[in-house]
Design a protein around this ligand. Structure first.
Ligand SMILES: NC(=O)c1ccc[n+]([C@@H]2O[C@H](COP(=O)([O-])OP(=O)(O)OC[C@H]3O[C@@H](n4cnc5c(N)ncnc54)[C@H](O)[C@@H]3O)[C@@H](O)[C@H]2O)c1
Length: 323
């Protein structure tokens, strides 16, 4: 794919739109060139050059790793994140505003343009405002990664009403609102990609992730419906479903304690080693960069005609749980 073609077709992009984009970017680009001259970092070019990627939950973890991969491929990046360490009904620490700023610096260090927006995916208005700002600055939104999520580990009986509501409002309602906010802009761009991060837990029942896992089953179902709803708009909607990933979402005392009950001080690596014993390839976790590679697959020309798919990235776990 080159910047002269729409994101997921071989059709030439609308030249009037690109001319308008060029004009809108002129002043910004000049300022950027000046800024870049100072640190001698060339803008990356690649398959996503000229595209803009909007990433929810981009301050760290899978979202940030995916943003870095898209930046290396030439995309402009928008990091949307709540960036609020203590979220009610969430038992582990979320990133801070400083973490979001550090994430932006990491993207800019790659030579890419990056804007941040501190907002809550539970708010449609927040996401609409962020998308509008993204279009004002970059001219379009072409790729959307619905990724912001929260976790809960524990028996079904132990989940409080607040925990259940928060899980569903963020993990399910948030993804639906991301879709609602994004579709008008993706349509305006002539099509695009929405990639939803689900989970390997959306393939099977689980005794300690029953409540959380059910939100991810909902994501798989919703993504398939979005694929049907927006296929004629040339918007491809696909899911990446990872197994355990080394991020603070999983690497925290509340989750590790549930996954290794009885262990004095369970570590992420010990949990991974335990899982690895039961997987076909002897691997028990992924690094966020590996998940990002699968996200990149769904941004690529190779997947221009794929929609409604769920890609398991689960070190072989899916081989033992689904057809
Ligand atoms: N880490 C894993 O083992 C794993 C496995 C499978 C799927 N997932 C899924 O991957 C996605 C990313 O998880 P991660 O592991 O990178 O976790 P993480 O906690 O490292 O990152 C999640 C990001 O989402 C943001 N966020 C949370 N609630 C938000 C809200 N209401 N509005 C805006 N931003 C919000 C957080 O601030 C954080 O930056 C989640 O949807 C998660 O369910 C994670």
């Amino acid at each position: 794919m080159t910047k002269d073609t729409d994101i997921n077709t071989d059709r030439p992009a609308d030249p009037s739109r690109r001319l308008a984009l060029g004009g809108a970017l002129g002043a910004t680009a000049a300022a950027m060139i000046g800024a870049r001259a100072a640190n001698a970092q060339a803008a990356p070019t690649g398959e996503l050059t000229g595209k803009t990627a909007f990433i929810t939950g981009g301050a760290r973890g899978i979202g940030l790793a995916s943003a870095e991969a898209m930046a290396r491929a030439g995309a402009n990046i928008v990091l949307f994140d709540i960036a609020t360490p203590n979220l009610p009904h969430v038992s582990y620490t979320l990133p801070s505003e400083a973490d979001l700023a550090a994430a932006q610096a990491r993207i800019e260090a790659l030579g890419a343009e990056c804007m941040t927006y501190r907002g809550d995916v539970r708010s449609l208005e927040d996401q609409q405002a962020a998308m509008r700002q993204a279009v004002d600055r970059f001219g379009s939104v072409d790729i959307v990664l619905a990724n912001a999520g929260v976790g809960y580990a524990g028996a079904i009986a132990g989940a409080t009403a607040g925990e259940i509501s928060t899980l569903y409002e963020v993990n399910v309602g948030g993804y639906m609102k991301t879709t609602q906010a994004a579709v008008p802009h993706l349509r305006a761009a002539g099509g695009g990609r929405i990639i939803y991060i689900s989970s390997g837990l959306a393939r099977t029942g689980n005794d300690i992730f029953g409540v959380y896992g059910s939100t991810k089953w909902a994501v798989n179902g919703f993504a398939k419906s979005a694929a049907i709803a927006y296929g004629r708009d040339n918007i491809m909607c696909n899911v990446v479903a990872p197994g355990l990933v080394r991020t603070p979402f999983a690497d925290n005392a509340a989750v590790l304690g549930q996954m290794m009950p009885g262990a004095d001080n369970p570590t992420f690596d010990a949990v991974s080693a335990m899982i690895a014993q039961g997987t076909p390839i002897g691997v028990g976790h992924l690094e966020p960069e590996e998940v990002a590679e699968s996200v990149m697959f769904f941004t690529s020309h190779a997947t221009r005609s794929m929609t409604g798919e769920v890609l398991d990235v689960s070190y072989g776990s899916a081989a033992t749980s689904i057809a």
